[in-house]
Design a protein around this ligand. Structure first.
Ligand SMILES: NC(=O)C1=CN([C@@H]2O[C@H](COP(=O)(O)OP(=O)(O)OC[C@H]3O[C@@H](n4cnc5c(N)ncnc54)[C@H](O)[C@@H]3O)[C@@H](O)[C@H]2O)C=CC1
Ligand SMILES: O=P(O)(O)OC[C@H]1O[C@](O)(CO)[C@@H](O)[C@@H]1O
Length: 494
């Protein structure tokens, strides 16, 4: 089988100028930014390509990307507005990849190119951070913000701080106020490395950092189906990336960016607005909260993926009910906007092509519960004067998955149907949950003591939940989970 490249598909060659430098070459960026820029180019709008830079020394993508002349395939599969979507497309918006650990000068050369005005990134949440060991003399520094500092400093010097040579910097890492954070990190490097104050002024005045929120589930390379894809497409593509049709990109920005990068013009689901808080809240509460409120109970009921959860007669109905009837009304936002988003989330969760494991979602459940579910529990009470039983049960189900058979630092091992499973969370959280479960002696009083130890821990929740008087109810659900099992409790709540 031949590999996808320009020899195989010479008609895909284009000579569009490079306009974007992108830190990251992972699945998400290829199926989101690369795909969006391709959409623009195919409509003759942006007419520019992306240079992708590998963020860590251990990348395996750049070699393949260059061997394929920057080409790769996106496969978007799922149900959207009731209709089945199955779109396969060769993306031609990436010109080349650079490994900065062997070719740092090539990266700096891009900083000299006046046409390259945009920076995109997705280096995972871990990548948007400061590394004390980074030095200005390194070629390159380890961290992404360190690399970008030197990149921008090179551009600043090359153009003598020209006002019109600043960059549009659009990080896509899933962190609140990611643009502000990236700018802070760059400023910190500039100070730490004693770069001139005039460089910081240039950064401040002539470069724009945007906060964003990205949303699309990208499952990556379809290992189990690679053979079938190769046969169907007529070539082998090691960078083939699968994702869902749904996509949403919110950018906290102005009309200037809307005009320069007119993503909406080609029908992309993009919002460029002065405040993106509502989009973040909508996603965190309904999509991520929809996961965290339902996944522990579904996992305890013996299910393994989100699609399985949604197909299950009990867990699926329970998840839809919790999202539509409990979480949604708790959020203060335009009702129609929330309803549309909730229906889209339910459809996305039902996507049979995406294998999203419940155990992956259970990662760091304590902080997830605090940020994603607790606000819905509290807001519902504030608005309707009572606590929703579904979320009290969700609280109990979260505590129940942490019932340990043993713990090891930041890992906790539980037992489901006689088989061990592994959860990962902060070590301090694991210690607390482990200690709370030591209070359970198989009685309703023991379950209440366990619930109290978790709920009344002010550090876990950054709040004093004792005054809510929910311990008794959560304790009772905990006891029922132990005696009846998750499925039976869910059924009783429907
Ligand atoms: N796959 C998805 O559905 C979505 C993923 N995301 C986020 O995007 C990020 C990347 O996901 P994928 O592209 O699916 O994964 P991937 O494994 O394909 O790509 C990961 C990328 O991050 C870089 N990276 C990893 N650790 C790093 C570090 N410590 N410092 C700097 N760079 C680092 C890698 O070099 C690579 O470029 C994740 O943090 C994820 O939360 C966001 C929305 C959807
Ligand atoms: O609820 P979790 O575990 O964060 O998973 C959320 C999923 O939704 C996304 O936030 C979609 O944008 C992805 O990062 C992830 O695949």
């Amino acid at each position: 089988m031949q590999t996808l490249n320009l020899m195989l598909h010479p008609e895909l060659k284009n000579d569009l100028p490079e306009k974007i430098i992108q830190f990251g070459e992972g699945n998400f960026l290829r199926c989101f930014i690369g795909w969006m820029i391709d959409r623009l180019n195919k409509k003759n709008i942006f007419n520019g390509r992306i240079v992708a830079v590998q963020p860590t020394p251990h990348g395996r993508v750049i070699g393949k990307l260059n061997a394929q002349d920057g080409l790769y395939t996106t496969v978007l599969r799922g149900v959207q507005n009731g209709a089945t979507v199955n779109e396969k497309e060769i993306i031609t918006s990436v010109s080349r990849g650079i490994n900065p650990y062997t070719d740092w000068q090539k990266v700096l050369k891009c900083a000299e190119d006046p046409a390259i005005e945009y920076v995109f990134s997705n280096t995972t949440e871990a990548g948007l951070s400061y590394n004390n060991e980074d030095k200005a003399e390194m070629t390159p520094p380890q961290s992404f913000p360190g690399k970008l500092t030197l990149y921008l400093y090179h551009r600043y010097r090359y153009y003598n701080g020209a006002a019109d040579k600043g960059m549009y910097i659009i990080p896509c890492e899933l962190l609140e106020d990611n643009g502000i954070l990236l700018k802070k990190l760059i400023m910190k490097y500039a100070r730490q490395w004693n770069l001139p104050a005039s460089f910081c002024e240039w950064l401040n005045e002539h470069n724009k950092f945007y906060n964003t929120l990205v949303d699309r589930v990208v499952s990556g390379y379809p290992k189990d189906e690679a053979e079938e894809f190769n046969k169907e497409l007529g070539y082998a593509d090691e960078l083939l990336v699968c994702g869902e049709p749904f996509h949403f990109f919110a950018i906290e920005g102005d009309d200037c960016l809307k005009e320069k990068l007119p993503l909406q013009k080609v029908g992309l689901n993009v919002a460029v607005e002065s405040d993106i808080t509502k989009y973040r809240q909508r996603k965190v509460r309904l999509l991520n909260g929809g996961h965290t409120a339902n996944v522990p109970a579904a996992f305890l009921a013996g299910l393994d993926t989100v699609a399985e959860m949604m197909q299950d007669k009990t867990a699926g109905r329970f998840a839809c009910h919790t999202i539509r009837e409990i979480i949604l009304p708790s959020v203060d936002m335009d009702k129609k906007m929330l309803e549309d988003f909730a229906e889209a989330v339910i459809e996305r969760f039902q996507n049979p092509f995406i294998k999203h494991y419940l155990l992956s979602i259970l990662l760091n459940s304590t902080s997830k519960f605090k940020i994603r579910v607790l606000p819905s529990l509290l807001d519902y009470h504030r608005k309707f004067g009572e606590f929703p039983q579904e979320l009290l049960f969700a609280f109990a189900a979260y505590i129940f998955v942490y019932k340990p058979v043993r713990v090891d630092k930041n890992h906790l091992y539980g037992l489901r149907d006689g088989i061990e499973y592994e959860l990962t969370d902060d070590e301090e959280n694991i210690i607390k949950l482990d200690a709370a479960w030591k209070l359970y002696n198989g009685t309703p009083e023991g379950a209440e003591a366990t619930a109290a130890a978790v709920i009344e821990d002010v550090v876990l929740w950054d709040a004093d939940l004792a005054e809510l008087n929910i311990v008794q109810s959560v304790g009772a659900y905990l006891y029922r989970l132990d005696k009846e099992g998750s499925r039976s409790v869910m059924e009783s709540l429907l």
